[in-house]
Design a protein around this ligand. Structure first.
Ligand code: WT7
Length: 665
């Protein structure tokens, strides 16, 4: 490898972009980043006018933003609008505009199934398929603003499904394929979806996830779903399914009317604030939040962040390993990359199927040049051994990204050295389902990376770390990470629960968005995120609400009370530990543990399985009956001589018993 392409390692372990990368970078110095960031805050109109030119506006916008802060009682307000007066159809930016350039025949999606087969869809083909599905949805009577559920795996058709909804202004709500039938049912009922798009089955770790059968179970108790479109991914042998007359139709048998095809080919434009999608995520109550994103601001951010953070070029093959069922997949597999005309790698299955060399063989086989993955995956690869990685030719890689949880410096350094061969910048990207796009990052080519820090604010983003009293924390003091002003891709509300939106995010400090994360900012302005400080856990990059786990557990007939907490875990970031009190006549046993595990599988999904279930006669509580989670967290982490304050604890013997209890895993 040529000397000049190797990043220089500074003494304090910070990594400057290599000259080689810098030569071609869109933003090539820290000074350029700072100037642009300043402009984005001081002259947002001009900034976004210049930086939203990829977007195909049918009617140009006239005003950048309008903001009504939260009311004093924290119950209403927090209403934001961006790109006022503008109208657009998201899919014209993601698809149509590429049909008149060389991108028309370029790969939009390069797909590899878990069993090794591959398919490539050009921009022309994705557009063709989107028009066909959009027309079929029109034939089913779907109108702008109607909700459409998507319960699919990692296949190109999932992207097609999302775009087909966007094409006709329908609001999609993708439910990750790892969610159970019950979880799907609740989400479909909450958003009132009229159509569900699903597939017969999907491969995951060598077995078939029977998505259609699970959807059928969910649909037994949904009232709004009229039609189900089923993609044949597996076929009858591998995934036997039943089709319900009048309700279910196979994807490949859709035959849209000529009139609808014509409408889908020349689609309507929608207001910049027209709803684009609802994505459910976990909060601090048992009920998931339906995060609503709208059209113009979301797309502008997805587009600009993809272009600048991933530095995507025509020659790149870009691979984001997230599932489309999470927000990362929405913004950085579908909307962002397609809006810039990127070629997107999509892989159906697990990273270690059939062995831990799979990811690296995919990179070698297809020539992936940009890899965006999660610290959990990186740590798993470290554990599986370097050989799996180094066996493959990874010389096509030129940029690496990380997302979903704090990346520990050791994992960062390994990623940089073993995967990136020391030559690839790493972009850490901090953001949330609610932020729609990346908020903090180490912009490649411009910014020196510090392993473990998620970097500096993206354009238009103004952040702060606050003390409990709401005043800014001095450099290096940890506090609450907040965003100081509204930004274009922010969630506009929670579906049918605007009050919760205001109280969850905008009422803690006036005019300020509360992220729920803790962080510190160093003297150079770099942000070091420490993790969630609310009742949300991040287990292997999956966001899990402790209250959701608890309400699932107490819905089991044997359970009297339950408390879920996180414990630090080398691999998963956080592991999920639950403390369970059984009803009087029930006994703790291995069988009971299994029953509760299966209950979680059914209520939420296998990915939310507790790592440890601990039975206890009582939970530590305050005199007023509040469970003291802080003490449970200490017990779960094996911190037996915790010095935490126990003065409000009602019964000290409860804690003593818990600490003495042998942890049998
Ligand atoms: C939470 C949001 C949006 C990406 C997928 C997760 C944590 C996310 C980072 C990062 C440290 C991170 C935060 C955040 N998080 N990225 N680069 N460094 N922490 O989306 O499910 O909405 O979870 O993930 O705690 O609040 P999400």
């Amino acid at each position: 490898m040529p000397e000049k392409s190797v990043s220089r390692v500074k003494e304090d372990r910070s990594f400057e972009p290599s000259d080689h990368f810098r030569e071609h970078a869109r933003i090539a110095s820290a000074a350029a980043y700072r100037a642009m960031h300043r402009e984005s805050l001081e002259q947002p109109d001009e900034f976004w006018r210049e930086n939203s030119q990829d977007l195909v506006w049918r009617t140009p916008w006239t005003k950048f933003s309008e903001w009504k802060p939260a009311s004093d009682d924290g119950k209403s307000g927090a209403e934001a609008k961006f790109f006022l007066g503008g109208t657009l159809n998201v899919t014209e930016t993601c698809l149509d505009r590429h049909l008149t350039t060389s991108a028309r025949t370029r790969a939009a999606i390069v797909w590899e199934g878990e069993t090794g087969e591959t398919r490539t869809l050009t921009y022309f083909e994705v557009h063709r398929d989107v028009v066909r599905l959009a027309a079929s949805l029109l034939d089913m009577g779907i109108k702008a603003g109607d909700r459409v559920g998507i319960y699919m795996g990692m296949v190109p058709e999932t992207a097609v499904a999302m775009l087909a909804c966007a094409r006709i202004g329908a609001t999609h709500s993708v439910v990750f394929g790892g969610f159970s039938a019950d979880a799907l049912r609740d989400r479909m009922n909450d958003c009132g979806a009229r159509v569900l798009l699903t597939q017969d089955g999907a491969y995951r770790r060598g077995s078939v996830v029977p998505l259609k059968n699970m959807a059928d179970a969910a649909l037994e108790s949904t009232e709004t779903i009229e039609k189900v479109v089923v993609l044949r991914r597996m076929g009858k042998e591998l995934a036997p399914i039943a089709m319900k007359d009048g309700r279910d139709v196979y994807w490949d048998e859709l035959s849209p009317s000529a009139e609808s095809v014509a409408r889908a080919k020349a689609p309507e434009a929608f207001d910049a604030e027209h709803p684009l999608f609802i994505l459910y995520t976990s909060g601090s109550t048992g009920k998931p939040k339906g995060v609503l994103h709208t059209t113009g601001g979301y797309l502008a951010t997805a587009n600009l962040s993809t272009k600048l953070i991933f530095d995507i070029r025509e020659s790149d093959l870009y691979w984001c390993t997230a599932d489309v069922g999470w927000v990362t997949g929405h913004s950085y597999i579908v909307y962002g990359p397609l809006s810039v005309g990127a070629s997107v790698m999509m892989y159906e299955g697990a990273p270690n199927q059939p062995d831990p060399g799979r990811f690296w063989r995919i990179i070698e086989r297809h020539g992936v040049s940009i890899l965006y993955t999660a610290p959990t995956a990186i740590r798993a690869f470290i554990r599986w051994g370097d050989d799996h990685v180094t066996k493959a030719d990874l010389s096509s890689l030129r940029l690496l990204g990380s997302v979903g949880e704090p990346i520990n410096p050791e994992a960062w350094l390994w990623y940089h050295k073993v995967v990136g061969g020391g030559r690839c910048p790493i972009v850490d990207t901090w953001w949330q389902t609610e932020t729609g796009g990346v908020m903090l990052t180490t912009l490649p080519g411009a910014v020196t990376a510090k392993p473990g820090s998620t970097g500096l604010p993206f354009f238009g983003v103004e952040i702060a770390v606050l003390r409990d009293d709401g005043t800014p924390a001095p450099a290096n003091e940890s506090g609450k990470l907040v965003i100081n002003r509204p930004w274009p891709s922010m969630a506009r509300t929670l579906w049918k629960d605007s009050e919760r939106y205001v109280s969850a995010y905008w009422s803690q400090n006036p005019g300020v968005y509360t992220t729920g994360d803790g962080a510190r900012i160093d003297e150079g302005g770099y942000v070091w995120v420490t993790g969630r400080i609310d009742d949300v856990l991040n287990v292997s990059g999956h966001r899990i609400g402790t209250a959701e786990i608890e309400s699932a557990l107490v819905s089991h007939p044997a359970v009297a009370e339950a408390a879920a907490v996180g414990k630090p875990d080398d691999l998963k970031g956080q592991a999920l530990v639950v403390f369970v009190t059984l009803k009087g006549d029930k006994t703790a046993s291995k069988e009971m543990k299994d029953a509760l595990t299966q209950h979680i599988d059914r209520e939420i999904g296998k990915f939310a399985r507790p790592d440890q279930i601990r039975f206890t006669d009582a939970l530590p509580k305050t005199r007023s009956g509040k469970i003291m989670r802080r003490l449970l967290r200490e017990v779960a982490s094996g911190n037996t001589d915790a010095k935490g304050d126990t003065s409000t604890l009602e019964d000290l013997s409860v804690l003593a018993k818990l600490r003495d209890q042998k942890d049998e895993g």
